[in-house]
Design a protein around this ligand. Structure first.
Ligand code: CTP
Ligand code: MG
Length: 248
């Protein structure tokens, strides 16, 4: 069998099992509406918009898998996109692992994308997939920082914290998702690196711990993570701008 006849499907795993504590009281974050549509549906559509992605695995809140499946059945997705829903875990790291466990054998490349980044443009998704298909084992979209960053000795809330160092800003990047991986590399990273504390917030970081190379490609400002209430305001504004532009 030639290389070209080997199945090389790309799947996207979307961890969506978090509660969204920092967003404040309400429904689980992934189910909150943006422009009238649940954030998770935006995120699934963002992955399905890439022609390379033929399967989306949604990792739902542990007690919400049925509801999420129903939600996805209700909202239109491209014909070519298959989706699966699995229940998530206590930490993001566990949720991603549960999503990886559900991948069929013919998937060779995996994107991991936060449900909380509903507005990532398809060009960013495609750029990550392309870099993986070109042979990178782990690809991270990222942007230079606007703020200078200081490392501190964390203290009690409200107390001044001593500064330990100021990394050179031009060498720093804020990382986003979707992060793209060779499937076997990411699975190995999740098997080898145990969950400690709140677990890893970044899959590429697990691959780094294996000693495997990780590369950065340009991210996009619209791939920001909806974390705090102000981020919802920004997300609504981005959607409104897209709708206004689409009207022309
Ligand atoms: N996530 C997950 N399973 C968890 C925790 C988080 O699948 N046990 C997902 C979230 O649903 C989100 C992504 O990981 O799409 C990024 O996490 P974050 O932005 O921290 O979301 P939450 O954990 O929901 O928010 P918070 O930390 O404010 O509670
Ligand atoms: Mg969290």
């Amino acid at each position: 069998m030639s290389d070209q006849s080997l199945p090389r499907r790309t799947a996207a795993v979307i961890p969506a099992a978090g509660r969204g504590v920092r967003l404040g009281p309400g429904a689980p974050k992934a189910l909150r509406a943006l422009g009238g549509t649940p954030m998770l549906v935006h995120a699934v559509r963002a992955m399905a918009a890439s022609r390379q992605v033929s399967l989306v695995v949604v990792v739902a809140p542990p007690d919400g898998a049925h509801g999420v499946r129903y939600l996805l059945d209700e909202h239109a997705l491209p014909e070519r996109t298959e989706f699966l829903v699995v229940p998530g875990g206590e930490t993001r790291q566990e949720s991603v692992k549960l999503g990886l466990d559900a991948l069929p054998a013919d998937v060779s490349a995996v994107l991991v994308h936060d449900a909380a980044r509903p507005l990532v443009p398809v060009d960013t998704v495609d750029a990550v997939v392309e870099a993986v298909r070109a042979g990178a084992l782990a690809v991270v979209p990222a942007l230079p920082l606007a703020d200078t960053v200081k490392e501190v000795e964390p203290g009690a809330p409200g107390e001044p914290e001593p500064v330990l160092s100021t990394p050179v800003r031009s060498r720093l990047r804020a990382v986003q998702t979707p992060q793209g991986f060779d499937r076997d590399t990411l699975v190995r990273a999740h098997e080898r690196v145990a969950v400690s504390g709140e677990g890893a917030t970044d899959d590429a970081g697990l691959v780094e711990q294996l000693g495997a190379p990780v590369v950065v490609v340009p991210g996009h400002e619209e791939a920001f993570k909806v974390t705090r209430p102000l981020d919802l305001v920004l997300a609504e504004a981005v959607l409104a701008r897209r709708r206004a532009n689409d009207a022309f």
